[in-house]
Design a protein around this ligand. Structure first.
Ligand code: ATP
Ligand code: MG
Length: 429
């Protein structure tokens, strides 16, 4: 195929064989969030570039080198959203739904865009499910976010494969004090730092902690520790979170180097990581961002949230073979009809059955065909039963119900009794 007719690198089709697993995943998450009282919000995919610069921060990987930014026909600079928090905060502010201190527990789902190097678990268009909570400042809600993901991992059958890493970044004042100490320390070792870290030392020194360069990592071993600079309020908050995770029995490790890529976090940050996916091991990440709403022009409003990467979680389900059998089958019964009269009768009968059994997945053969070819299609569809309508059945106003997966003999059922019969043997629970 010529190059111009291919999908863009790092932007993937999700083919019909894969969508059942996606829908199962999305429905599992949405159902769980309903039970915890979260409500869905849907934001546009494109926003003014300024929104992301202001919220995510100028000196972050995303804003420095990952955004899909373009000028529209009015000359406005627009960007395909690289994450959901910025737009969610923008929407909440624009519609005034958190201004009077109202608690909002929101979730969203959809594609995000980052110009990264595509590889397993890392794409240029990828999907997230994100949660954001506004106007709750205590560690109880931080804990709830983690507790509900813990329940989700169990529902998906992947709890044993993920582990929770936690850290506290403190208030912005505490972080400022720590930043000064870190800069003073790193400046003494300037010549050993890698180029990126040297630059970040001036612009966003905390990000140096995130470095992948071994030489810089070696220097960091003796660097001042963020934990020693935590303010009392953040310390108490962090203890409150840990006590709640202990109460529910959720294991965690404290990772003092966990600083997260975005500028806006304060106090709690966390990541759920797995060692089953190679380098792209973080499946869900988030934290508290008490200063963000104000930074974006709103009243001071505490906020906390996370986002999970759907592709990585789908990969994990596949890797761990946690794909439920029930989602593999798309068809319950397949109706074969032979001859024009049987086709007409079959179509009308199928519609009557659909009226009576709305949940039944009933596929009617299209394109006619011999007994052999229709039967082959019925079998290939994965259906539990083939319904057979030929001359004999037409004459008797009956239909043959033939088990395709080895559950007994073929039965002939009167047309009027078909729905009742299928209700007992073919409708999914
Ligand atoms: P990473 O360190 O892997 O680049 P990040 O810190 O940039 O992740 P976040 O912005 O916190 O990621 O996004 C939350 C989640 O979204 C990640 O934990 C991951 O599961 C998923 N994610 C982020 N970027 C990508 C991507 N390019 N492709 C697929 N999933 C992604
Ligand atoms: Mg990233």
């Amino acid at each position: 195929m010529s190059k111009s007719l291919q999908a863009i690198r790092g932007m993937n089709d999700i083919l019909p064989d894969q969508t059942p697993l996606w829908r199962y995943f999305e429905a599992t998450v949405a159902g769980l969030l309903d039970t915890y009282g979260y409500r869905q919000i849907r934001m546009p995919i494109v926003e003014f570039t300024e929104l992301f610069k202001r919220s995510i921060g100028e000196v972050t990987d995303i804003v420095e080198k990952e955004m899909y930014t373009f000028e529209d026909r009015n000359g406005d600079s627009l960007t395909l959203r690289p994450e959901g928090t910025a737009a969610c905060v923008r929407a909440v502010l624009e519609h005034g739904i958190s201004g009077g201190g109202q608690v909002q527990k929101l979730w969203y789902m959809g594609p995000m865009f980052r110009h990264e190097r595509p590889q397993k678990g890392r794409y240029r268009q990828f999907n997230q499910i994100g949660l954001e909570v506004f106007n709750l400042e205590g560690p109880d809600i931080d804990a709830e976010l983690i507790v509900l993901t813990w329940r989700l991992w169990a529902a998906l059958g992947i709890r044993d494969a993920v582990k929770l890493e936690l850290n506290s970044l403190g208030t912005s004042e505490a972080r400022a004090r720590y930043r000064d100490a870190l800069v003073a320390f790193l400046t003494q070792h300037l010549d050993v730092l890698d180029e990126d870290s040297q630059r970040r030392l001036k612009t966003n020194p905390l990000r140096v902690l995130d470095t992948k360069h071994p030489e810089t990592q070696a220097v960091l071993i003796n660097a001042p520790k963020l934990a020693d600079y935590l303010d009392e309020e953040s310390r108490v908050h962090f203890e409150g979170l840990k006590a709640r995770l202990d109460a529910v029995g959720i294991p965690y490790v404290i990772n003092p180097k966990l600083v997260r890529g975005l500028d806006y976090y304060s106090k709690t940050v966390f990541e759920w990581v797995t060692d089953k996916l190679g380098a792209q091991g973080t499946v869900c990440a988030g934290g508290r961002y008490d200063g963000l709403v104000e930074q974006m022009g709103g009243k001071p409003t505490p906020g906390v949230g996370f986002a999970m990467g759907i592709e990585r979680l789908i990969l994990l389900l596949e890797t761990l073979e946690q794909v439920p059998d029930s989602i593999a089958r798309q068809v319950d019964v397949y109706l074969c009809a032979f001859g024009e009269a049987a086709e007409l009768a079959g179509l009308a009968l199928a519609e009557r059955v659909r009226d009576q059994l709305p949940g039944l997945r009933l596929q009617v053969n299209a394109g006619a065909g011999s007994f052999k070819s229709q039967f082959k299609k019925a079998d290939k569809s994965g259906a539990l039963f083939a319904l057979i309508l030929g001359d004999d059945e037409m004459a008797a106003r009956q239909i043959g119900v033939k088990p395709l997966r080895g559950q007994g003999e073929q039965l002939n059922i009167a047309w009027d009794a078909l729905a009742e019969h299928l209700a007992t043997c073919a409708v999914q629970a």
